[in-house]
Design a protein around this ligand. Structure first.
Ligand SMILES: [Fe+2]
Length: 455
């Protein structure tokens, strides 16, 4: 049996430094009297300092709100800060690797807004792209405008070396705000490196619904200002083709890819709302071919499943056009959404004589495991369309919690519940949280997808 070696990597230190307890040093050298005073004063000062800093980092007297951090380019060196400028001119992001709280003038670097998109009087999306960042490094930032300074936020860039990390994948948050907020709050407890959000953020693609969604997304930011990068995908409810681009500043067609840990992991965000063949299909084929030989884990995320596990859903004939490319290039894991159920499949290969165009293909380096199918607050549906190659499917609000290591991927599926009793992750055990409720499907709670490279 595989025995995991947990190393407290630099990334983990960076990512979890805010929850590692501090020790107070140098208590020697005081007289007895001053010692007594010290025991009174030091805790008081510490409390004051902590409250002061906490209050300070979360204060906001600027015209900015509804923050998100987007990974649509190289996440080891780039990140886009996005926000709503509710009044006044767009602010400027001040950032650096040292925490200066909201003292914007002390940060060594600044980045102006490179693009804005105003939908209405109350929605004015602003984007500032940070580049030349150091991999595997914690950054702090705040946004300064003419009115004041935003809260202080912090994030960690992705490592460029093969170090294990976790991410969350899920989608379909439209309709019900309570489970959506609970899911967002659970993310703060797990502190993944990023969240791959596989579409259908909203039900109707209106400013009112986006306003609510962005408001709820703030619940993925904890009280220490940790903002988890989002990797946005387009769903069918993003009915305006440009919505993802205009709310997150992704490429206009909302398909892109990037890598973490050099050759360890490459993630493809695909757009199932536009033709899967044509320009996008050609791009996918040529890019996957480029990386198939050297990449251990090739993963893709998109909204519409090829073969939904809900009978009333029509078959995904458009994304099905990717199946051959996935197989030829040895894509390891495909993350789907849209049906509002959760499912896992065996490793599959396209097969005209198989069930619905697929058959199981165990111990096949080219085969693909399919997971999903998205429910982060959307109306649940009956999981009534399992296939002979389905491991299991069920109907509940949940998301996939994924560990990526240099030799394999592990998937756990989190059942969304009120997070009040869920504890924050132990930095030494980034993929263990006994206070979480996990799905126990056939085959066990942990799905293992071995890593491989194509010869
Ligand atoms: Fe959908």
């Amino acid at each position: 049996m595989y025995k995991r070696r947990i190393e407290f990597s630099t990334m983990q230190k960076n990512r979890y430094s805010h929850i590692i307890p501090c020790t107070i040093r140098n208590r020697t050298g005081y007289s007895q009297t001053s010692n007594r005073v010290q025991w009174l004063i030091v805790p008081c000062l510490l409390l004051l300092f902590q409250f002061g800093v906490a209050a300070d980092i979360n204060g906001n007297d600027s015209g900015t709100e509804k923050y998100r951090l987007v990974w649509a380019k190289d996440p080891t060196t780039e990140a886009t800060v996005a926000w709503n400028q509710k009044s006044g001119d767009p602010g400027v992001v001040h950032y650096g690797t040292k925490d200066f709280g909201r003292k914007h003038h002390l940060y060594p670097k600044s980045q102006k807004t490179h693009r804005t998109f105003r939908y209405t009087e109350s929605i004015n999306n602003c984007f500032a792209s940070l580049s030349d960042l150091q991999p595997d490094t914690r950054y702090f930032f705040c946004i300064k405008d003419k009115q004041g300074v935003s809260r202080r936020l912090t994030f960690v860039t992705a490592p460029d070396k093969p170090i294990e990390f976790t991410f969350i994948a899920g989608g379909d948050s439209r309709n019900f705000r309570e489970p959506r907020i609970h899911a967002n709050q659970i993310c703060t407890k797990l502190q993944p490196l990023f969240i791959a959000f596989t579409g259908d953020m909203i039900n109707r693609d209106t400013e009112e619904e986006w306003t609510e969604w962005l408001e709820d997304w703030q619940q993925t930011i904890d009280s220490e200002g940790n903002i988890i990068p989002i990797v946005p995908h387009r769903g069918n409810h993003e009915s305006r083709p440009e919505s993802i681009y205009n709310y997150f500043d992704t490429p206009e067609d909302a398909y892109y890819h990037w890598a973490i840990g050099d050759d360890m992991f490459r993630y493809f965000t695909l757009n199932s709302q536009i033709p899967a063949d044509g320009k996008q299909g050609k791009w996918l084929r040529s890019e996957l071919k480029k990386y198939r030989k050297n990449t251990t884990h090739l993963v893709a995320g998109y909204h519409k499943p090829m073969r939904p596990h809900v009978s009333k859903k029509s078959e995904g004939d458009n994304p099905l056009l990717w199946a051959d490319t996935f197989y030829q290039c040895g894509l390891d894991l495909a993350i789907e959404s849209d049906s509002h159920v959760m499912k896992r499949t065996l490793p599959l290969k396209p097969d005209r004589n198989g069930t619905e165009g697929f058959s199981r293909s165990l111990n096949d380096k080219n085969a693909t495991v399919y997971i999903g199918e998205g429910c982060w607050g959307a109306p649940l549906r009956a999981a009534d369309d399992s296939k002979p190659w389905t491991i299991d499917a069920a109907s509940f609000n949940g998301f996939d919690w994924i560990l990526v290591t240099p030799d394999r991927i592990e998937v756990k599926t989190v059942m969304i519940q009120n997070p009040i009793h869920i504890k924050k992750i132990d930095p030494a055990k980034i993929f263990e949280n006994p206070t979480l409720k996990l799905w126990e499907p056939k085959g066990g709670s942990v799905l293992i997808v071995p890593g491989d490279r194509q010869d």
